[in-house]
Ligand binder design. Structure first.
Ligand SMILES: Nc1nc2c(ncn2[C@H]2C[C@H](O)[C@@H](COP(=O)(O)OP(=O)(O)OP(=O)(O)O)O2)c(=O)[nH]1
Length: 394
């Protein structure tokens, strides 16, 4: 379409889908990337994100982010950036909405437990390890089964490619990514489209900011403590100057809004400059550019790194979070051991497809566990293993 930049992804020029589709009558007016976005929204894995940990495990408070609300905030930020840069909004949105679909229950703690259960080295008898980005591809290509004729959502090459390269070009794909790439080659070593680069950085902008909001809400962070971060201190000065008579606790939302706006504006200005300087004229040029064209200015990159360092030290690794992560690790590894030692405990739908030998058997069990929501994992653990006292922070 004419309002899109020449370096934007174009659905009319998509490299297509793995399986040919002939159901033209139900296709309607949507283009390929709109259909990808809609397939993701209608998938079971997407719905399950509503009960999967972002930072706080199975949170009781209705106002804390979970993977679903995080993904929606990422999509909102991604669409704003894509529209301003005249990129394809639908592809950007599809990538934002799907980027966390491979997360197991309990976020990083659940992932660590599955990593430990599936030893990485296949040569040494391991099962190929576990990684949430690789598992996003595996979920969308193999595990989701809404169609009668093939496994997976049969998404376009551009959507799968963007998800595979969420963290940039991939030199050493893990097991799941290599398997997806073997089925539908995704040119893993080149750079991704600008839409995928936008989705990746929209992810960071969203969680950098909403985790401040949630950390304050949970009482694990204080505003005074946060002012040690230069980016936050600058935002806070700006907010206080604009609203000198408003009580500080009423201004947290304004601080988060201001900071998202500052990061988005910095990103757009820097990206415009990089695109102009690179001389790219097509999406193929973008993939061959040898660098990420979407990015923060050097000053903002440094400021954002400082913020992340602070958040790891003070929120993500807060003693209360570490205790919750320990308990979550125990739940996931406990479930893995039960299902492996006593396959009769696996629900029929998964048991009837259980491979007879390792590593396929362990992988199948990990697929089942990775799809669980936090609350489903807790309830299965209580039923199959025994009572568990969940620490504060669960
Ligand atoms: N509770 C807790 N949360 C964490 C930890 N590490 C990261 N998080 C939270 C912070 C963010 O909200 C979110 C970022 O992790 P993601 O898996 O979404 O992104 P990450 O950059 O780790 O990987 P990705 O970009 O998806 O490849 O998870 C942790 O060790 N504990």
């Amino acid at each position: 379409m004419s309002y899109r930049a020449p370096w934007a992804s174009d659905p009319a020029r998509s490299k297509g889908r793995l399986h040919e589709e002939q159901n033209g009558s139900v296709r309607g007016p949507r283009d390929a990337f709109q259909r990808d976005r809609d397939r993701i929204i209608h998938s079971i894995s997407f719905r399950r994100l509503r009960h999967k940990t972002q930072v706080f495990m199975a949170p009781d408070g209705d106002h804390f982010r979970v993977r679903l609300t995080h993904s929606l905030e990422v999509a909102q930020i991604g669409r704003t950036i894509a529209r301003t840069l005249a990129l394809n909004e639908d592809l950007t949105e599809a990538l934002c909405l799907a980027h966390d679909i491979g997360h197991p229950p309990f976020g990083h703690a659940g992932e660590d437990a599955l990593k430990a259960a599936l030893m990485p080295s296949v040569e040494d008898g391991g099962q190929g390890g576990f990684d949430h980005n690789g598992h996003t591809l595996r979920t969308l290509v193999t595990i989701e089964r809404p169609y009668p004729m093939w496994n997976g959502l049969n998404l376009t090459w551009e959507t799968l490619e963007g998800l595979a390269k969420h963290n940039g070009p991939v030199r050493n794909p893990g097991w799941a990514l290599a398997a997806a790439d073997a089925e539908f080659p995704l040119a893993l070593t080149s750079f991704s489209s600008l839409e995928a680069q936008v989705a990746a950085i929209a992810d960071d902008i969203a969680y950098d900011n909403h985790d401040i909001d949630d950390g304050l809400r949970a009482g694990l962070l204080t505003l005074d403590q946060m002012l040690a971060v230069p980016l936050v201190a600058r935002g806070w000065d700006d907010v206080r100057r604009r609203f000198p008579d408003v009580a500080p606790k009423r201004l947290v939302g304004e601080l988060v809004r201001t900071q998202i706006g500052t990061m988005v504006n910095d990103l757009i200005a820097e990206t415009r400059q990089r695109i102009a300087a690179s001389g790219v004229t097509s999406v193929d040029d973008v993939r061959a550019a040898g660098q990420c064209l979407v990015g923060f200015s050097p000053e903002m990159r440094e400021a954002e790194r400082d913020l992340k360092r602070f958040m790891y030290a003070n929120l993500y690794h807060h003693p209360r979070q570490l205790a919750a992560a320990d308990a979550a690790h125990g739940i996931v590894s406990g479930l893995f051991a039960v299902y492996r030692d006593d396959p009769a405990t696996i629900p029929e739908e998964w048991r009837e497809r259980l491979p007879t030998d390792d590593p396929d058997r362990s992988r199948h069990i990990a697929d089942f566990i990775a799809g669980m929501t936090d609350r489903y994992a807790v309830s299965r653990y209580r039923e199959l293993v025994g009572p568990i006292d969940l620490p504060e922070g669960f």
